[in-house]
Design a protein around this ligand. Structure first.
Ligand SMILES: *[C@@H]1O[C@H](CO)[C@@H](O)[C@H](O)[C@H]1NC(C)=O
Ligand SMILES: *[C@@H]1O[C@H](CO)[C@@H](O)[C@H](O)[C@H]1NC(C)=O
Length: 401
């Protein structure tokens, strides 16, 4: 009894503490978001506690919670849903049932989760991909790339590329009735990073050039170089994704060594000899004035880590590192950014860099938007803000794919 009361008391105190984090004034369902945000931070706190006690790893606690949200492939009156694999990578296909005179467009969707969590089978992604298939009369492919830390860089990237290459084969496109001139690669958050890097690779490969009509990136994560951009500072505590949780999870894609996590927190993780890369991610050069506010650009400190991780200098990890000539040939691009997002500036910088070299970019900026809301659109959250973001994305696809 005493133990339970103590736990309950602790729960209330933590909840009150985490509910105190400031939330944007201008959003609908403010209380619901506040509640979800507090829940997320408590879960993270618990996971950290269990990890410190040596019971279970931080990311494993979070992934147990996610497992509850997985769905079976359930077909409905309009869409046949099938779990299968492409090149040995699990995929979930959404195939419209009605007869079509024309070949269909296709979307390959790469889910988010900081390279360590998530699945295309999670309720909200299942909802989004089904919705896309319905609204666009499109074939949609959700894919489950392997996750860190069990499968470190570049496994996730390579899995995504394998699936895309498999799907782009003439025989496969024909099998699913897909129009080879109307294919889009999409992704959110770390999935946006994977979509970006995969599109860069394929578009610069003569064999695949121009096979991708468009890329759609939802609040993408695009670099590991500088962890103190203005949005990293302003939205350090979230909502939803805090700078600390983001770094704690994402660094696992490079290594499980906590020293990298600590160095990234201090923005001191880049190796000697990497200074020439800063010009690709220098927010002072690429961020529109209104987002710079009174922030002062500080160069990340070099050479503090004892171990050299080549991944940190690799554009497959940080797609913002691609050179202008690699960006030049990229297809039609849609980028959605959210104001209240620790990763906001990474998307904004990519927009500037793409437009500077003449790539056509459509941009939606959601003023009351929050990182990760599109993975909270389905039960049990039913977040209106997530639906709003989903609607923007899908209506862009409807007009442009
Ligand atoms: C099937 O499509 C119709 C017409 O677009 C729509 O009204 C209906 O809600 C769809 N059913 C499901 C289960 O999504
Ligand atoms: C970053 O951009 C600012 C403003 O253009 C410039 O003064 C600075 O030298 C740049 N730093 C690096 C490392 O590229």
């Amino acid at each position: 009894m005493g133990y339970k009361t103590l736990c309950f008391g602790l729960f209330l105190i933590l909840f009150a503490y985490y509910s105190y984090i400031p939330m944007p004034e201008n959003i609908e369902e403010r209380w619901k978001i506040q509640f979800l945000d507090a829940g997320m931070k408590m879960l993270s706190f618990m996971a950290k506690m269990f990890e410190n006690l040596g019971l279970i790893k931080y990311e494993d606690v979070l992934s147990i919670f996610m497992r509850v949200l997985l769905t079976k492939p359930v077909s409905d009156e309009n869409i046949t849903v099938i779990d299968t694999d492409f090149s040995d990578i699990p995929v979930r296909l959404y195939l419209p049932k009605w007869k079509s005179e024309r070949q269909r467009p296709a979307v390959i969707y790469i889910h988010g989760g900081a390279f360590t969590l998530g699945s295309c089978k999670i309720r909200s992604y299942d909802y989004l991909n089904r919705w896309t298939a319905n609204k666009l009369d499109a074939v949609v492919v959700g894919l489950d790339y392997r996750l860190a830390p069990q499968y470190p860089f570049p496994t996730a990237f390579e899995d995504c590329v394998l699936v895309i290459k498999f799907f782009l084969q003439d025989t496969i496109l024909e099998k699913y009735g897909v129009d080879p001139t109307r294919i889009c690669i999409s992704g959110d958050s770390s999935g946006g990073s994977l979509a970006t890097a995969a599109t860069q690779l394929l578009q610069n490969n003569p064999e695949y050039k121009d096979k991708i009509k468009a890329q759609a990136l939802i609040y993408p994560a695009l670099q590991f170089i500088d962890t103190l951009m203005p949005s990293h500072r302003e939205y350090e505590h979230g909502p939803f994704l805090s700078r600390e949780i983001g770094i704690k999870l994402a660094h696992l894609y490079v290594t499980e060594d906590i020293a990298l996590h600590q160095a990234m927190q201090r923005n001191e993780h880049m190796p000697q000899g990497s200074r020439h890369l800063f010009k690709f991610v220098n927010w002072s050069d690429f961020l529109p004035e209104k987002y710079k506010k009174n922030h002062v650009y500080n160069e990340p400190t070099l050479g503090k880590l004892n171990v050299f991780y080549p991944a940190l200098m690799d554009s497959r990890l940080s797609p913002l590192l691609a050179s202008d000539s690699q960006l030049q040939s990229l297809p039609l691009t849609y980028i959605l950014t959210c104001e209240h997002d620790v990763l906001r500036d990474e998307g904004l910088i990519y927009i500037t860099r793409l437009r500077n070299v003449g790539v056509q970019v459509a941009h939606d900026h959601i003023e009351e938007g929050i990182h990760g809301v599109m993975s909270l659109i389905a039960m049990p959250y039913n977040l209106q803000l997530g639906l709003k973001v989903g609607e923007k994305y899908i209506s862009w696809l409807e007009k442009n794919l």
